[in-house]
Design a binder for this molecule. Structure first.
Ligand code: ZN
Length: 322
């Protein structure tokens, strides 16, 4: 779980290592970047360095604190064995919390997992580190409950908020956290990580720089679901009349997250097609590239909260005109 395990994120890792070496670690970071690019690994590595018992700025990897910061319970919620490393994530404390968390990380989780803990000094004297995964899922009341502690945490208390949707965080949360940006991974890094897991390296081409995407494509069921969506939609577009494509879109009644997955795959298919035929069929390649842009812009609309059905129908109409 050292920083070396985080591949393809040199600027972010340099920033964190510099902070550790100079003894100027900020008390509240916000790691921003796409899902599946190493934000969680980097947060765990930072936590390990802060908890390490050795008198070195970076984690020694050998002391008991280092080991327990990277040992997780086998049962969900897979919490670290180190008592001063806190994990906040929607839905992981089922059975412990009374709140349902269907709509986000509850104020109950913030109170019971974080606030009840950070008021006291660390169990083991080094630090208390709290990692909030998918921080954009904090409900407004949960976010507000965190604000004061984020602004003025007790000494040696650190927060790392992870998010792939920073614009969904409250302004007050954004202004109290220091951003560290994580980019999409280079395809070579995704290939390497896939190979290390014994998976097909070529899936990297479909991954948009995200290991999460690559692993989803490696799941045969998921891949066939996504491929069949893309094939049916594209076939409907090229049919003589519009009704087939619209009926297909209508029938799906997709949730936002699911449609985002499917359209991300469709965008990848179009981008790969444009690249593959650019030499022999430049006109078709340009068309595929235009269609790729339309799908990306539909994804942006969905991200901006346009209703999934509306975004899908508008996209189909635009695709038909290309
Ligand atoms: Zn150590």
């Amino acid at each position: 779980m050292s920083f070396e395990a985080v591949l393809g994120q040199e600027p972010a890792i340099k920033t964190l290592e510099r902070a550790l070496r100079s003894g100027k670690v900020h008390h509240a970071y916000r790691f921003e970047g796409p899902p599946g690019v190493g934000k969680n690994l980097a947060a765990l590595a930072l936590a390990q360095a802060l908890l390490c018992e050795a008198p070195t700025p970076l984690a020694c990897q050998h002391c008991s604190a280092c080991k327990r910061a990277q040992t997780f319970s086998e049962e969900p919620p897979h919490l670290p064995a180190h008592p001063d490393l806190l994990i906040v994530e929607r839905g992981i404390y089922k059975g412990v919390l009374q709140a349902s968390e269907a709509s986000g990380i509850s104020i109950e989780q913030v109170r019971r997992i974080v606030l009840s803990r950070v008021g006291f000094s660390p169990h083991e004297g080094r630090a208390v580190v709290c990692i909030v995964r998918s921080a954009e899922e904090l409900t407004t009341s949960a976010a507000n409950a965190l604000l004061k502690t984020l602004e003025e945490p007790p000494s040696r208390t650190f927060f790392v908020l992870l998010t792939s949707k920073p614009s969904r965080l409250l302004d007050t949360i954004r202004s109290r956290t220091l951003p560290v940006r994580f980019g999409p991974l280079p395809d070579a890094v995704v290939s390497k990580l896939l190979a290390a897991r014994g998976l097909d390296e070529k899936l990297a081409q479909l991954a948009h720089g995200s290991m999460q995407e690559a692993l989803a494509s490696a799941d045969p069921e998921e891949l066939s679901r996504r491929s069949s969506f893309s094939e049916q939609l594209l076939a409907g577009l090229d049919a003589p009349d519009l009704s087939g494509a619209l009926a297909f879109a209508e029938k799906l009644k997709l949730e936002r997250a699911e449609l985002t997955d499917l359209l991300t795959h469709l965008a990848q298919v179009l981008a790969l097609r444009a690249r593959a035929i650019v030499a022999e069929k430049p006109e078709d390649a340009r068309r595929a590239a235009r269609r790729h842009e339309i799908v990306r812009s539909a994804l942006a609309d969905i991200e901006r909260n346009v209703g999934p059905q509306l975004a899908l129908e508008a996209m189909v109409a635009k695709l038909r005109r290309t």
